[in-house]
Design a protein around this ligand. Structure first.
Ligand code: SF4
Length: 378
């Protein structure tokens, strides 16, 4: 097969046609001008989301860092009896909920370790107590890897587990745990946890049940451009089936304190190229997120011109990437995140987890109401 030219790719992007694996490899080739790839991604970004750039007011909750797995890229996990290990009590979890509500958060993002001893009911209880106490706080919780662990613990079907979690208050699922799907890479960085088939099947089932989910890709470690493009195409294929993914988040690997600490952190050039290639390949996923915690604020802001239309949120209590050496602040204020967006020439729009506009009361910014559904042209 002949290698596609950039001009033929440009023509197909302008015509709204789907790009192939070979096209993705050309876009990832360092010899292909990043500027040109960025311009194409920006055309698609503006076609899909206009000039808007989204953010939300959110907080993170990692109820435990104790984990049976030992993914080589992970700096967050702890052994069962290590000093670093912790398990939050119900009181601590509820205090986080209260803090979130007091600060006007619309979303709590909940992920953590797969604890050696805690049973499935403990994870269900995290959702239940939060949802009972703070029913307006959207709970985006448990990745496909955690759901797969619950299958192992309970021998129940994915469908039944997800239905039980929804009854307990689950509002949507985050996109973590996807890492790199290709077995050549997955077998080396996280061989024991949910494989590509499991991860995709769990998200398929979630979508069938009406749960919206996100999806991710961890890049900048031992994978090649081929593995990245293959990963994007697998996500695109599932989205063709279900339409249940809201947002794709490319996650830049942070090497500090991990089993891959000899690898250099990805450059801003790689981060922007990955953002742009993701926007171009994932023609059916509405939103591409520049997660400022991982990218750094400057690169995330620049990414708004390279395909990204979302900066994630103000974020509180992020541990996973700060444990791996992220030097970004632990939270941004609303004026700070709005200023980043305006400086980038975009229009800031506060959204909730399900991409509905959020209206704030100027006299009491912690109070909010849900407005219209935001539509993206995919
Ligand atoms: S990435 Fe998740 S599953 Fe893997 S070791 Fe870390 S906490 Fe455990």
């Amino acid at each position: 097969m002949t290698t596609p030219s950039l001009s033929s790719i440009r023509e197909r992007v302008l015509a709204g046609e789907r790009l192939s694996l070979e096209d993705g490899l050309v876009l990832y080739d360092p010899a292909t001008s990043l500027q040109e790839v960025g311009v194409l991604a920006n055309i698609v970004r503006e076609r899909v989301n206009g000039n808007k750039a989204y953010y939300n007011i959110n907080t993170h909750l990692n109820p435990t860092n104790v984990c049976v797995y030992r993914c080589t890229f992970c700096a967050f996990r702890a052994d069962l009896r290590s000093e670093k290990g912790y398990v939050m009590s119900d009181e601590q979890i509820l205090a986080r909920g209260q803090e979130a509500v007091d600060n006007g958060c619309t979303e709590m993002h909940i992920v953590g370790g797969l604890h050696h001893v805690k049973d499935y009911d403990w994870y269900v209880n995290v959702l239940r107590i939060l949802h009972n106490a703070y029913p307006d706080l959207h709970l985006k919780g448990w990745t496909g890897v955690e759901i797969n662990w619950f299958e192992f613990l309970t021998k129940k079907s994915v469908r039944q587990i997800l239905q039980e979690l929804m009854e307990a208050g689950l509002g949507s699922m985050p996109g973590g745990g996807a890492e790199i799907f290709h077995p050549e890479v997955r077998s080396k960085i996280c061989e024991h946890k949910a494989d590509a088939h499991n991860w995709l099947d769990i998200h398929r089932t979630a979508h069938e049940l009406g749960l919206k989910t996100n999806c991710t890709m961890l890049y900048g470690h031992i994978e090649s451009a081929y593995h990245r493009v293959d990963h994007l195409i697998r996500l695109r294929e599932l989205q063709d089936e279900t339409g249940g993914f809201q947002t794709f988040i490319p996650l830049a690997f942070h090497p500090e304190n991990t089993g891959l600490s000899h690898i250099k952190k990805s450059s801003a050039i790689m981060d922007l190229r990955t953002m742009a290639v993701s926007r171009l390949m994932l023609d059916n996923i509405p939103h591409i997120k520049a997660y400022w915690i991982m990218l750094g604020i400057g690169t995330a802001q620049t990414a708004l011109a390279y395909g990204a239309d979302d900066l994630d949120g103000t974020v509180r209590h992020e541990l996973i990437y700060h444990d791996a050496g992220a030097t970004t602040p632990e939270l941004l204020t609303v004026p700070q995140i709005q200023r980043l967006i305006v400086e980038a020439g975009r229009e800031p729009v506060e959204r909730d987890t399900l991409y509905r506009r959020i209206e704030r009361d100027a006299a009491n910014p912690a109070a909010w109401t849900v407005g219209e559904q935001i539509l993206a042209a995919v």
